[in-house]
Design a protein. Structure first.
Length: 191
C-alpha cells in the first residue's frame, strides 16, 4: 500500500467511540489520530490541540470559507470539522489515520474519499446508551435528552457504512475494529 488507510469511527454520542479510539491508539501507536476543530466549550480535563482545537464560531466559519475542512458538521448545536491538510499529508506519507466523527461527517468523508473505511459503533441496547450518556457525567440532562432523541434518526445512517461493531465490552469492540484494519490492509483492491 502506498497510501495509508483512512479509518472513520462514528456512532451516537455516548456509545463509546472515544473509549474505543483511545484503546486503539494505545494498541497502535503508529495510528495517527486526527484532532478536530470545534466551537463547543472545553470540558474539564480537555486540552487544546489534544482533544480538539477550540475555535470561536467566527474563526470556524472563516475556516469553512477557506476550504480548510475535509468535512464539517453542526452536531448537537456546535460546529465540528476535520482539518484537511493534516489528513492529506499523513495519508500521502503512508500513515493510517483514525477519525472519530459524527455520522453526517462520516458520509461526507466517504463521498470525498471513497476508499475510506467507515465503522459504525452500535450500542448493545438503547437503555445502555442512555446509561452511558448519563454515567459519563459530562453533559446536562437537557443535552443528554437532545442526543438520545437524535439517535432515532441517526440509526438510518447505518446503510452508508462499511462495517458495524457493537460496543458490548471495550476489549471485544477494539478487537473487532483491529480485525477490520487488518482485513483492509490485506485487501487486493488496495494493492
Ligand atoms: P462517545 O465518545 O461515543 O461519546 P465515550 O467513549 O465518552 O462515548 O463513552 C461514554 C461512556 O460510556 C463513558 O463513561 C465510558 O467510560 C462508557 N463506556 C464506553 N464503552 C463502554 C462499554 N463497552 N461498556 C460500558 N461502558 C462503556
Ligand atoms: P463531543 O462534543 O461529545 O466531543 O462530540 C460530539 C459529536 O461530535 C460526536 O459524535 C463526535 O464524534 C462528533 N465530532 C467530533 N469531531 C468531529 C468532526 O471533526 N467532524 C464531525 N462531523 N463530527 C465530529
Amino acid at each position: 500500500m502506498d497510501k495509508g488507510l483512512l479509518v472513520v469511527v462514528s456512532g451516537p454520542s455516548g456509545v463509546g467511540k472515544g473509549t474505543i479510539c483511545n484503546a486503539l491508539r494505545e494498541k497502535y501507536p503508529e495510528l495517527v489520530y486526527s484532532v478536530s476543530a470545534t466551537t463547543r466549550p472545553m470540558r474539564e480535563g480537555e486540552v487544546e490541540g489534544v482533544n480538539y482545537f477550540f475555535l470561536s464560531k467566527e474563526d470556524f466559519l472563516a475556516k469553512i470559507e477557506a476550504g480548510a475542512f475535509l468535512e464539517w458538521a453542526e452536531v448537537y448545536g456546535n460546529f465540528y470539522g476535520t482539518p484537511k491538510w493534516i489528513i492529506d499529508a499523513q495519508l500521502a506519507a503512508g500513515n493510517h489515520v483514525l477519525l472519530e466523527i459524527d455520522m453526517q461527517g462520516a458520509v461526507q468523508v466517504k463521498k470525498a474519499y471513497p476508499e475510506s473505511v467507515l465503522v459504525f459503533i452500535l450500542p448493545p441496547s438503547e437503555e445502555e446508551l442512555a446509561k452511558r450518556l448519563s454515567g459519563r457525567g459530562t453533559d446536562s440532562a437537557d443535552v443528554i435528552a437532545k442526543r438520545l432523541a437524535c439517535w432515532q434518526q441517526e440509526k438510518e445512517m447505518l446503510k452508508h457504512y462499511d462495517y458495524a461493531v457493537v460496543n458490548d465490552t471495550v476489549s471485544q469492540a477494539v478487537e473487532r475494529v483491529s480485525h477490520i484494519i487488518t482485513a483492509e490492509e490485506c485487501s487486493v483492491e488496495r494493492m
